[in-house]
Design a protein around this ligand. Structure first.
Ligand code: MCF
Ligand code: ZN
Length: 333
């Protein structure tokens, strides 16, 4: 089975992290920015471990400076998504990088991104929505400012609030004010937890931030009572299998817990996180999961439906996409 044209929904994608190395190199050249240490000899992104990944990520994506840079990136992101059968995608965007948490500047970036997304949707048929994301290692004060930008721009395009970054610092609960602010503005919530933070971070995300979904969440597997809790509550995990392998959380796909979580009744979805950084695409994720666990059309159909149910978009958009998804599934199976 070729999975490339199988219809897919992606819920965990960092907007800047989806920038191909060539895109970043071209921008760096245009702006005369020196990016030594970012690329390997073969031209791909190079990093040793999680801490180094975060550094390389911020150096590489730091060349994205203007609203127009983000408009160009948005077109590229949606073209790539379309190539891999994605019909709906939510991406993490941050006022921390777009305008330094200044609300006026953030609105300008957002305007450019939304305009580019609308244009690209007309060309590719991929629908994009944004999740405003605070950066954990920038600390709770900056997260508060980011949440205010999120609350002020919440609507039918900015549909969620989240947190990424270095999970080994502080506790999820340190960011409760930011998440409460976003929730009060009507935004749905997700946070990176249970990747490098272990199962306790997942519990904190549920108890202290009261999130709707969990980014990664895979290390819940280390705590059977937590697995039961996730299965019981129906909390959706945004699993990014090849990201976890690239950052050496697991030695290979067969050791990855996504199948054990699914078998225990946890609602899992499949995502790419930062595709060019992890040398992945949605198609490669599907191929690797088929190879490791024998996942077939039935499993991937279930996963796409789960992802659409857990999407943060409004119900009218969900219903429109559900029709497209079901038609695509029928054609593919
Ligand atoms: O999911 C991966 C690895 N785990 C944690 N954080 C990140 C990942 N990819 C990007 N991030 C972080 C990173 O700090 O999210 C931020 C980056 O600066 C971007 S979110 C707009
Ligand atoms: Zn992520």
């Amino acid at each position: 089975m070729s999975w490339q044209s199988f219809p897919k929904i992606e819920l965990h994608l960092h907007h800047e992290g989806a920038a191909p190395p060539d895109f970043i190199r071209r921008l760096a050249q245009e702006k005369s920015v020196n990016l030594s240490g970012v690329f390997a000899e073969d031209g791909s992104y190079a990093f040793r471990d999680f801490a180094h990944f975060l550094q390389v990520y911020e150096a590489a994506t730091g060349v994205l400076k203007t609203p127009d840079d983000y408009a160009r990136l948005t077109a590229t992101v949606l073209e790539r998504a379309a190539e891999h059968g994605v019909i709906y995608c939510e991406s993490f965007l941050s006022p921390d990088f777009c305008g330094g948490r200044d609300l006026g500047a953030w609105r300008e970036y957002l305007h450019a991104i939304q305009e580019a997304a609308a244009h690209a949707e007309a060309q590719t048929g991929v629908t994009l929505r944004g999740i405003v994301t605070c950066i954990r290692h920038f600390g709770p004060d900056k997260a508060r400012e980011t949440a205010i930008c999120a609350a002020e721009t919440a609507g039918d395009w900015i549909v969620g609030f989240g947190m990424g970054g270095d999970e080994t610092r502080g506790r999820q609960g340190d960011f409760a004010w930011a998440f409460d602010c976003a929730r009060e503005a009507g935004l749905k919530l997700t946070t990176h937890a249970g990747e490098f933070g272990g199962p306790d971070a997942v519990r904190q995300a549920l108890d202290d931030l009261r999130v709707d979904r969990i980014g990664h969440g895979v290390r819940a597997i280390e705590d059977p009572a937590l697995v039961d809790r996730l299965a019981g509550s129906g909390t959706v995990l945004e699993v990014c299998p090849r990201s976890n392998l690239a950052l050496r959380l697991y030695p290979d796909m067969r050791a990855h817990p996504v199948e054990r979580l699914r078998a225990a009744g946890v609602r899992v979805t499949v995502n790419t996180d930062d595709p060019p950084f992890f040398r992945t695409t949605m198609t490669r994720e599907y191929e690797a999961l088929e190879r490791a666990f024998g996942w077939d059309e039935e499993v991937f159909t279930q996963i796409a439906r789960t992802a659409l149910e857990a999407a943060f978009c409004d119900d009218a958009t969900r219903e429109r996409l559900a029709k497209r998804l079901e038609a695509g599934l029928k054609a593919a199976t």
